[in-house]
Design a protein around this ligand. Structure first.
Ligand code: ADP
Ligand code: MG
Length: 504
């Protein structure tokens, strides 16, 4: 268990994350304007009357955003509310022309209810981080303070784009450590887990640098073993894994110092300074009451039917975690290989096609993909499986054939590498055709290999004597010499066996 040492003893951390991901959709949550607000788009060109809050304009819910939320909910095994409502959260800020944000009320069912996301905890075991809710809400516009010395500007392109806010749960009745985040590392793993899922689902590109994934970080500390939770602070709008981890650590230490010097931590909203790595109090935390939440009278309750949910469930892609489990349990791959192969959906799709369901291929294929193919991204793709493409593509069928030739003993790994390089160099034809064209095949003829071994041993009597006096490491030298003599064609396994036999 992660703890921080203080003057009075060990302190444990309690961490709650509110993660916002920008929902991928053609248009905004309540208007038909394009949801593409990237900086290349001219400011204030993708703004409907709804986004600009013109009086009398009525919001209309975009069902695709709802489907995206449901998709995420199903992926985290959450309860999907059959009926939920939207509410107005009132505050003033220049980037909020409505004067309120349409969100979902705390305390009443959000579109996605209680679920969980599994991470590998600090102790190395799987840990289910409970998620309290995920709800839909509007993003704000963007203030621009750096365009003029005396004026500020507002770009409304982002105004009204859908956000999914995903909130981790803290069970106050059960203060055990097994259901929430307790260290900076676990926070990162959880966030990467969220990112991986929403990307795999096509719900969001969840890119922290671009701001399409942001997190509010709630931290409190308590002496190791204490039952009650203490006051927490909230550091808002964090957009880097590194800063989030730094902020958690700094904030925990700050709170510990306050307690140890006899003070009390107040429920504040903090700001994090990237340059100093420090958090400082921005304002005292507002209560839900301060926002004067009330149900938005312009919107009907959001009703989702069982049918709709089942339709979405039927089209969910296989998620990376399920894929990893399949690779380790069905194909016998290591956790490491499985993790590498599921880093991108493209690599795992490619691997699945190349495997064609035959378990024996798994280990070799995984090795080839991880150490060779992934180093040459221009030479493979999931969609392009055409040798005539420029640069020459290596197809799943190519690598499958190559691996099958190795498994059958037709070629050695060394020859396979030569063929692979020829393919990278643009040579056409399948690996088998290339092997034939260049007469690249493995020599499995025991008689011929034995003859090569004999001549190598005869030419290196001094080394033979060394080996026999106990320097068994010399074997590699002989193997190399035999391989050289046979032009790299001899079956290395046979060379090893015959050498050992003759050196007895
Ligand atoms: P709000 O909406 O006011 O920010 P919530 O009650 O929705 O507050 O909680 C926000 C996040 O803070 C949740 O992830 C929750 O688990 C977390 N949290 C609540 N209490 C604590 C605490 N004492 N220490 C750490 N995190 C907490
Ligand atoms: Mg909050």
């Amino acid at each position: 268990m992660y703890t921080i040492k203080g003057k009075t003893g060990d302190w444990e951390l309690v961490i709650g994350l509110e993660t916002h991901v920008e929902v991928h959709s053609q248009s905004k949550l309540f208007s038909g304007a394009s949801a593409d607000y990237n900086p290349a788009v001219k400011a204030n060109t993708q703004v409907s009357f709804v986004d600009a809050a013109m009086p009398g304009m009525l919001p209309v819910l975009n069902r695709e955003c709802v489907n995206q939320a449901v998709r995420f909910g199903l992926a985290i095994n959450a309860e999907i509310s059959r009926r939920s409502i939207f509410a107005r959260k009132q505050y003033f800020y220049p980037d909020l022309p409505q004067g309120y944000q349409i969100s979902q009320l705390p305390g009443v069912p959000p579109v996605v209810g209680r679920g969980y996301l599994e991470i590998i905890g600090d102790d190395g075991n799987p840990k289910k981080i409970l998620i309290e809710r995920a709800h839909l809400e509007q993003d704000a516009a963007k203030n621009k303070h750096d365009m003029s010395p005396t004026k500020s500007f507002v770009d409304l392109n982002r105004s009204g784009v859908a956000l999914l806010e995903i909130v981790t749960f803290l069970d106050t009745k059960n203060s055990g450590h097994n259901s929430y985040i307790t260290s900076p590392d676990e926070a990162e793993k959880y966030l990467r887990g969220v990112q991986e899922i929403v990307r795999a689902l096509g719900v969001s590109n969840a890119n922290m640098e671009e701001g399409s994934m942001r997190a509010d970080v709630n931290v409190s500390v308590r002496p190791a073993g204490e039952k009650e939770f203490r006051n927490r602070t909230e550091t808002k709008n964090m957009v880097s894994f590194k800063f989030i981890k730094n902020a958690i650590e700094f904030e925990a230490k700050r709170q510990i110092e306050i307690y140890e010097s006899g003070g009390a931590v107040s429920q504040d909203t903090m700001r994090y300074d990237q340059n100093s790595g420090k958090t400082s109090v921005a304002r005292s935390k507002e209560d839900a009451l301060d926002y004067r939440y009330f149900p938005d009278p312009d919107l009907l309750p959001l009703v989702i039917t069982d049918d709709e949910i089942e339709k979405i469930r039927a089209h969910l892609p296989e998620l990376p975690a399920a894929r990893r489990a399949r690779y380790t349990s069905e194909f016998g791959l290591s956790e490491y290989d499985a993790a590498r192969l599921t880093e991108s959906a493209d690599i795992s799709k490619w691997f699945d096609v190349a495997m064609d369901g035959k378990k024996e291929r798994a280990k070799l294929l995984a090795n080839w993909i991880i150490s060779e193919l992934s180093a040459h991204p221009a030479h493979w793709s999931v969609t392009n499986t055409n040798h005539e493409h420029e640069p020459r593509q290596i197809t799943p069928g190519d690598l499958r054939e190559l691996v099958d030739m190795i498994l059958a003993g037709d070629i050695s790994g060394k020859i396979a590498k030569d063929i692979f390089i020829k393919m990278l160099d643009g040579e056409t034809g399948t690996p088998r055709e290339i092997a034939q064209r260049h007469n690249l095949k493995q020599n499995n003829d025991a008689g011929a290999i034995a003859a090569a071994v004999d001549s190598v041993l005869a030419a290196n009597t001094a080394q033979v004597a060394e080996y026999k006096s106990g320097k068994l490491g010399m074997l590699g030298f002989f193997v190399g010499a035999v391989m050289k003599q046979t032009g790299g064609t001899a079956n290395p396994k046979a060379v090893n066996e015959i050498l050992k036999e003759k050196l007895k």
